[in-house]
Ligand binder design. Sequence first.
Ligand code: NAX
Length: 323
Amino acid sequence: MSDPVRIAVTGAAGQIGYALLFRIASGAMLGNDQDIELKLLEISPAMDALRGVVMEVEDCAFPLVKKVITTDQPEVAFEGVDIAMLVGSRPRGPGMERNDLLAANGAIFTAQGKALNDQAAKHVKVLVVGNPANTNCLIAQHNAPDLDPANFTAMTKLDHNRAVAQLSHKVQAAVGDIEGLAIWGNHSSTMFPDLLGATINSKPALDAVSQAWYEEDYIPSIQQRGAAIIQARGSSSAASAANAAVEHVREWVSGSERVTSMGVFSKGEYDTTDGLIFSYPVTVSNGVHKVVENRELNAFAQAKIKATEAELIEERDTVAHLL
Ligand code: NAX
């Protein structure tokens, strides 16, 4: 056994936290031979609930879990961490506009970015799940000037998995036969699930479906899937979000030759604006994610990418005072 990996999870008493901690603790994220320490951050009013969750983690007697600490101080939660999963955020309340949400979360991710900068290991891998995930991630990244911007990522893996699953269902192919699919842009209803570079059993995915289905059914249904789950379940996706977070970190740490989707710090790839947290098709090797190069984009795809980029620019401009 190597030294324990230190993993911070924020919003640990929330519904994603409740699905996530047990997956991490069981070894699903870093493997069955990797010890871990959990450092769990919550706001003060949720500390009792968090204590209950930790009692349940203890009651699982997970062999890999060497230590669990709970705190309401980001500086304590992020001390020496190798991985930080920023799940907690302020939910949209009644009457709250998107700009109010950006402002409320701006304060949280400014403080957490600073704490990561001062306390985390320099190699820390940061995943932002809490919405608006891309822009929260951008705020945290800007407030951590001593860390490599490539250490900051936002989660679009759930959107990626939804896109794979719905295509697999439509064409009756196994999930594992689908490759190259990608989510571009923002984790929001403007995201672009791109099938142009995707294959099913090595054949172009777009040959297996009609363009009308792709544009009029598939893309909107991926974009609106979160809302559909809220409508059906009465609360937002939790287990599938936790699963996506586990897979995002697992692929980042262990590598992925298959194309996956991650919101990463843009260097202007594919003519997108640099300095945004933008979801691209990526592969990962040796713990480093890399945007897939030379992917074909037609006029339809380019227009969709521009639309989601415009939304990210607008979000960035709304929080410009925090950057
Ligand atoms: P919950 O409201 O159940 O849990 C959030 C938890 O965060 C609460 O326990 C709250 O006390 C805590 N929290 C709030 N502010 C905090 C702070 N400053 N520091 C530490 N903890 C804090 O929400 P849940 O369903 O768990 O969702 C969490 C976030 O994930 C939400 O922002 C949600 O919108 C977002 N999602 C993102 C997804 C993605 O694909 N990127 C998909 C799922 C999910 O919708």
